[in-house]
Design a protein around this ligand. Structure first.
Ligand SMILES: Cc1cc2nc3c(=O)[nH]c(=O)nc-3n(C[C@H](O)[C@H](O)[C@H](O)COP(=O)(O)OP(=O)(O)OC[C@H]3O[C@@H](n4cnc5c(N)ncnc54)[C@H](O)[C@@H]3O)c2cc1C
Length: 456
C-alpha cells in the first residue's frame, strides 16, 4: 500500500502544479502530485504547446512562400496536415515525457485520479485518502461558452481547434484575443478560409492600440476576414457545418471556434468542505503568497486572479511552496508579467499600455520605432515590426513595452528584465546592443523615449 502522508500534495500537474511540486521537493518536502488526465496539464497536452507546434508549421510554410524574396527558388509548397499533427503530437510527447522524468528524478509520487479536498489536510482520490500539511490546488481552467452559444457539435473550443484531424476548408473564430488570433493566423496560412470575429472594436483588444493596428494589418495580409465590433448570433450546429449570423449577414463554416474565455476548474475540488472561498468572478481568493482562506491550502495558476498564463502559474507555484516551507519569497507584479501572442505578426508586451498610463495620471513619454530603422529589420526581412515603449518622464521609469513583429515574444523579455532590475528606458538606451540584431530596435525606441533617437 503506497504511503498516504506527505509534506505537500499538489492537485493538477500543469505548469503551475508540476513546477510547485518540483520546487517543494527541492526544499525537502515529501511531495505527491494528483492528476486526473495527463501529466503536463492542459498547457503541455492541449493548449500552449500544441498551439505553438502547429503555428511553427504555419511559420515554416510562410517562410517557404517568401523564399523567392531571399533568392531561393522553391516549388509551390503543399501542406500535409496529417504530418503537421504528427509532429505536434511528437512535440507534446517529448515535453510531457520530460515533465514525467523531472517528477521521477525529484522522487515525486504521481497519483492518478480526481483529487478532492476533504478538510483538515486531507485529499481524497479514487477512494484513497492522502494527507499533507500543505496542499496546492493547481487544477487550471476549462472553456466557457458565450451567451446563446454552447460548446458542442461543430462549435468547439480552442483546445479542439489545435487538435483537428483534417484541415478544414473554413473556420469561424470568435474572439480576437491571443488564442483567437493564434488560431486564425495559423489556419489562414495553412490555406483555410478564416473569418475572425471580435465584439470589441479591435483585434488583441487588451494590447496597446498601436499594436492592435499593426497586428490587424499583418493578420489581414494572411488572407483572413476580420470583423471587429461584431457579435455572432443564431449559431446552429449541423452534421458537417455550422451556420451563424453576424450583423445583417449570415455565414457558415466547417467549425466555429469559441476563443472567448475560460473559467476555473473547481467543480470536483470540494472547496466548500475545506472552507476555500471564491471571489465574485468564481476565482479562488488568495493573498500575495497564494494562500487561500483555508489554512495550509494554496491555489495557483488559472484558478486565481491575474492573467491566465503558464509562466504566471509556474511562478505562483514557486511562491506558494516557498511560503509553505517558511522561506522568504518574491511578490509578483502582475502587470509586469510578459504577455505573448504567437500569431504572425508576433506580439509581446508587458506593463501598461499608453492609454492605461495616461489614465493613471503619469507624465507619459512614448518611444516608437519601426524595425526598418535598424539594420536587422531589413536584413531579416521585417521592416514593418514596431517597438513602442511607454515611460514616465521624470524618473525615466519603464511603464510598459509593446512589440509587434518578428520575435516580439522573445524580445519583450529584455524590457521585463530591465524593469525587474529597476532599470528605466534611459538605461536601455545606453546599454550596448549587438549589431545587427532586432534588439537594437528596442535600444533605439528607448533612445526615442529619452529624446535622442539616432536611427530615425
Ligand atoms: C489554446 C490555448 C493556448 C494557450 N497558449 C498559451 C501560451 O502560449 N503561453 C501561456 O503562457 N499560456 C497559454 N495558455 C494558457 C495556459 O494554458 C494556462 O494559463 C496554463 O495551462 C495554466 O496552468 P495551470 O497549471 O494552472 O493549469 P493546467 O495547465 O490547466 O493544468 C491543470 C491540470 O489539473 C488537472 N486537474 C483538474 N482538476 C483536477 C482534479 N480535481 N484532480 C486532479 N487533477 C485535476 C487537469 O487535468 C490538468 O492536467 C493557453 C491556453 C489555451 C487554452
Amino acid at each position: 500500500m503506497p504511503e498516504t502522508s506527505y509534506d505537500c500534495i499538489v492537485v493538477g500537474s500543469g505548469p503551475g502544479g508540476y513546477v510547485a511540486a518540483i520546487r517543494a521537493a527541492q526544499l525537502g518536502m515529501k511531495t505527491a502530485v494528483i492528476e486526473k488526465d495527463r501529466i503536463g496539464g492542459r498547457c503541455l497536452n492541449y493548449a500552449c504547446i500544441p498551439a505553438k507546434a502547429v503555428l511553427r508549421s504555419a511559420d515554416v510554410l510562410q517562410e517557404i512562400r517568401d523564399a523567392g524574396e531571399f533568392g531561393i527558388k522553391v516549388g509551390a509548397p503543399e501542406v500535409d496536415f496529417g504530418a503537421v499533427m504528427e509532429r505536434r503530437d511528437k512535440v507534446v510527447k517529448t515535453l510531457t515525457g520530460g515533465v514525467s522524468g523531472l517528477l521521477k528524478k525529484n522522487s515525486i509520487e504521481v497519483v492518478e485520479g480526481v483529487g478532492s479536498l476533504a478538510g483538515d489536510g486531507a485529499v481524497t482520490v479514487e477512494g484513497r485518502t492522502l494527507r499533507a500539511k500543505t496542499i496546492v490546488l493547481a487544477t487550471g481552467s476549462v472553456p466557457r461558452g458565450i451567451p446563446g452559444v454552447a460548446l458542442g457539435g461543430r462549435v468547439i473550443g480552442t483546445e479542439e481547434a489545435w487538435a483537428l484531424e483534417r484541415l478544414p476548408q473554413s473556420l469561424a473564430v470568435v474572439g480576437a484575443g491571443a488564442s483567437g488570433a493564434e488560431i486564425a493566423s495559423a489556419y489562414a496560412r495553412l490555406g483555410v478560409e478564416v473569418r475572425l470575429f471580435e465584439m470589441l472594436d479591435r483585434v488583441l483588444p487588451t494590447e496597446d492600440a498601436d499594436i492592435s493596428k499593426a497586428a490587424e494589418r499583418g493578420l489581414k495580409k494572411q488572407g483572413m476576414s476580420i470583423y471587429t465590433s461584431t457579435r455572432i448570433a443564431n449559431v446552429e450546429s449541423g452534421d458537417d457545418r455550422v451556420t451563424f449570423s453576424f450583423g445583417e449577414e449570415s455565414g457558415s463554416a466547417d467549425w466555429l471556434v469559441l476563443a472567448t474565455g475560460r473559467g476555473p476548474d473547481v467543480e470536483a475540488l470540494g472547496l466548500e468542505v475545506a472552507g476555500v472561498e471564491l471571489d465574485e468572478r468564481g476565482l479562488i481568493n488568495v493573498d500575495g503568497a497564494l494562500r487561500t482562506s483555508a489554512a495550509g491550502v494554496y491555489a495557483i495558476g488559472d484558478l486565481v486572479p491575474g492573467p491566465a498564463l503558464a509562466h504566471k502559474a509556474s511562478d505562483e507555484g514557486v511562491i506558494a511552496v516557498e511560503d509553505a516551507a517558511g522561506r522568504d519569497t518574491h511578490p509578483i507584479s502582475y502587470p509586469d508579467i510578459p504577455r505573448a501572442t504567437f500569431c504572425t505578426p508576433n506580439v509581446g508586451s508587458f506593463g501598461l499600455t499608453e492609454a492605461q498610463a495616461r489614465e493613471q495620471g503619469y507624465d507619459v513619454v512614448v518611444g516608437k520605432l519601426q524595425y526598418g530603422a535598424v539594420g536587422a529589420g531589413t536584413v531579416y526581412g521585417d521592416r514593418s515590426g514596431i517597438v513602442k515603449l511607454v515611460g514616465e518622464r521624470r524618473y525615466g521609469e519603464l511603464l510598459g513595452g509593446h512589440i509587434c513583429g518578428t520575435r516580439a515574444t522573445d524580445l519583450i523579455q529584455e524590457l521585463v528584465n530591465t524593469k525587474a532590475l529597476e532599470g528605466g528606458y534611459p538605461e536601455v538606451a545606453r546599454v550596448i546592443h549587438g549589431h545587427p540584431t532586432l534588439s537594437e530596435a528596442i535600444m533605439e525606441a528607448a533612445r526615442a523615449a529619452d529624446g535622442w533617437l539616432i536611427h530615425g
